[in-house]
Design a protein around this ligand. Sequence first.
Ligand code: GCU
Length: 614
Amino acid sequence: MKNAIFIKLFFVLIFVTSENLFCQSPLITGTIKRKTETLNGKWHYIIDPYESGFYNYRYQPYDEVEHPGSGGYYKNFIQTDKSDLIEYNFDKSPTLLVPGDWNTQDERLLYYEGTIWYKKSFDYLKDNSSNRIFIYFGAANYQADVYLNGKKLGRHIGGFTPFNFEVTDIIKDTGNFIIVKVDNKRKREAVPTLNTDWWNYGGLTRDVKIIEVPETFIRDYFIQLKRDSKDILSGYVKLDGNNLNNVPVEIHIPEAGIKHTVQTNEKGNAEIEIRTSKLTLWSPENPKLYDVTLKAGQDIVNEKTGFRTISTGGKEILLNGQPVFLKGICIHEENVLRGNRAYSKEDARMILGWVKELSGNFARLAHYPHNGYMARVADEMGIMLWEEIPVYWTIDWENEKTFNNAKSQLKDVITRDKNRASVIFWSVGNETPVIEPRLKFMTSLIAEAKKLDNTRLISAALEQHGLEEDRNIRVITDPLADYVDVLSFNEYIGWYDGLPDNCENIIWKIEQDKPVIISEFGAGALQGFHGDRLTRWTEEFQEDLYRKTLDMLVKIPQLRGTTPWILCDFRSPRRPLPVIQDGWNRKGLISQTGNKKKAFYVLKNFYNNFELNK
Ligand code: GCU
């Protein structure tokens, strides 16, 4: 008896002391073709700036106190007697569309930073009584506390990565209600921290769906070409459930003549290594995708997957062993025509269609993991991608929770996108300061990325500076340059740093024998505002800066790619200049109304005519 009490106390102690333990289930990959039911659509919402639906008047969370009474919105109390005292009612509250940021769905919420409660009722009939049920969120910015039928499933922190909870023992055939407390308050210790140059869109910003899987299922798998090999597919498969030992897992890639079986170990894991000589490698010119199917017991996972190699050799970036120049552009996760968060396959097709129009083959998904459709559409369209976690500017480098948060976001985006051929870079940050705690933080993230996936390139957007004795001589002395595969840095000569004519005086002294990508350059322009090339904010100023910058950059012998800042104008509270900005960063090549600025054609022309080593 004593033991039983001890064990119970032990588990209660762990649950209460850890935010994430016993909460989220490990992320399920390969969800696209699974049996799912969407929870997208209208959700009732309650704005709760004082979080009175979460804390009692002693500021104790209702979901952690012994006698919460009628408090706690997550209980969704319904009035049954005329004397009942309930001071909220989801079903009489307004609705928000999910997926979607809340900021642009109700003008009261444009600048809102705080908590909003979402609630949706639904029925769900399982296909098979022994199956397991998960609820999967594409993302929620920034912190989500999730409840089903009044029971807390857990908390997720991080605004741009997916998460899921198992609800097998809680979900009912009818009358379910899911309630999510989403809080987008910026915090010093968060990732990103308090200051960014983008809009703090809050809410259930991506798809929400129910996933039904067999009792034992394929939770995760990785199949890509082994590093530096063109004929060995390698990776792993991870099962979740019971009786995991010695389970045969079949891997079918019919068009490549592959039908291979592996056996799992006692943990349900198996390594994969398959020799093949018949693969057509994925590339921008030929974005070949194979039908890949994995079968384990009752479970089947099926996805379209491309196979290619990406590596470096001296100053070359090698795609399938051939030198490539990355003709890119930076992108924020916004549908510029709607002026809000992008979230759908159609959004991804529009945005990446503009990259194609630019004659681009590459996109830097700044500054955080974008929705999962981007990598899938990029796979189809033959556009290579740089994916990044929001270790942006000056975060709380010496805070262990901050590091674990960044590490968790890195792990989640790698878990989600590691089978997408289009993804060739994992980036661990942007414009971070050259100080010791940051170097330790970033090199630890690089080590983590390499451990999770050694088949892709690692980078980060660094900063350059001029020599004391001659500011026109520009160098990269950031020690992090020694840890990345490709040396990427941002420069704003001609915008924040002198005027465009200064470009012709610049001498780049880059000592590193590595490929170089200019991960940002650019200028603001209000589309339709015209004048001479020295008039700030005209299209002519931006056009002239692009011309002079490109002439300057091609002199860098290691130059192997550019991702100018940025494809489209985007919302930012840092940009209030009336008439010109009005809360928008105007460095886009495409305006809020979808019109292309003159600089768009300068870059398009450059990409059309640029040839490596010419
Ligand atoms: C910085 C930063 C971007 C920002 C841009 C700008 O380099 O990386 O996030 O939007 O410059 O100032 O417009």
